[in-house]
Design a protein around this ligand. Sequence first.
Ligand SMILES: [Zn+2]
Length: 427
Amino acid sequence: MKRFIIAVIACTCLAQTAAPPILVVRAARMITATSDAIATPGLVTIRGDRIAAVGGTVPAGARVIDLGDATILPGLVDLHTHLTSTGVHWEDELLKTTPGEAALHGAHNALVTLMAGFTSCRDMGPTWPYTDIDLRKAIDAGVVPGPRLMAAGNYVSPTGGAGDARQFSIFVDVPIVRNLADGPDEIRKAVRTNLKQGADFIKILGTGAVLSKGAPPGSQQYTEQEMHVAVEEAARWGRHVAAHLHGNEGIKAGIRAGVRTVDHGSMMDDEAVELLRTHHAYFVPTLYTSESISGDPTVPDSEKARSKEIAQIKDKSFQLVLKAGLPIGFATDAAVVPHGQNAREFGYRVRLGQSPMAAILSATKTAAEIMGWSDRIGTLEAGKFADLIAVPGDPLRDITALERVVFVMKGGMVYKSAEYADRRNQR
Ligand SMILES: [Zn+2]
């Protein structure tokens, strides 16, 4: 079992009359993500749960955390996680686990993800409906440490499609899981049900999937009209639709239908790229998954074969969107990539030709924009939440530094600090 050292040093529960303590985090460099520059030195002043200033000098009376030869960055954002997934293949999960188990694993996975430097996540749907919303509530209430969450609540999937984990005999059902919706009326009802239960956005599954024995990833499953119904209904609630889309025709139909994000986006062509541009949709690929799936003993061979088939195609799709200069979000599909290893996606992207700075901006500024949270996270700017991390050395020289996060602060609270770890080891 991994051990974490949690040091809470800025606490808003001090005497109500006292002004919040002033804290300064200092390091050799910082990437504010407001531009593609790296600044030296790095200095961020924090008051309560907010950033008070970036750069400048240390205010009188401030407590200073000096991180030495490190780079300060905004807290990272993963736009596609499944935090309440227990790591068991999901057909087995339905048959052999319980929602309680999922919630407890979710609490652990949330902590692991936070410690890896991801201070916000868009959670793309649990196996057991609405456990991700329970997790979000627990994190917001401060009873479970974890990233700020936007939660999908439940999948909206066609029968036999990517969200239909019940590839069992027709005589076997899991009645408590109701995530299948076919045709406009059922889809509208599913969207309304999820939003009523507290979902922050809608996750639809427009094509087949890799990790499923249902329709293959390349096949379109929802019609453009069906996806449009989800978009239209979500918009009435002021919410967006994130669409799981692998196959080319499904991707184009989804973009035309008005989805905000094309998740995975494995099979892009020039026309799909042009549609992204004209419809202002965002591309949210999950590239490191193929490496992760090939080495995962819990993934059946049939699904490993599906993953292998599209691995190179999706790498090329990424390069196509990259070349077009369109904004790209950052995502991992964890638990497909083990929780806490989210940052491995950075190295994979840089190997495919994205610059280290562009990869960092996709997981900070752009990801916040995609979530509609640019007012509170994504860059180091006065007034935003004090969500910041630090990595050793310079991540622009070695992008894998992001896999070795030494400092994590969320909302002004320090959750991880090498400084404290060292001190404890010396005792
Ligand atoms: Zn997913």
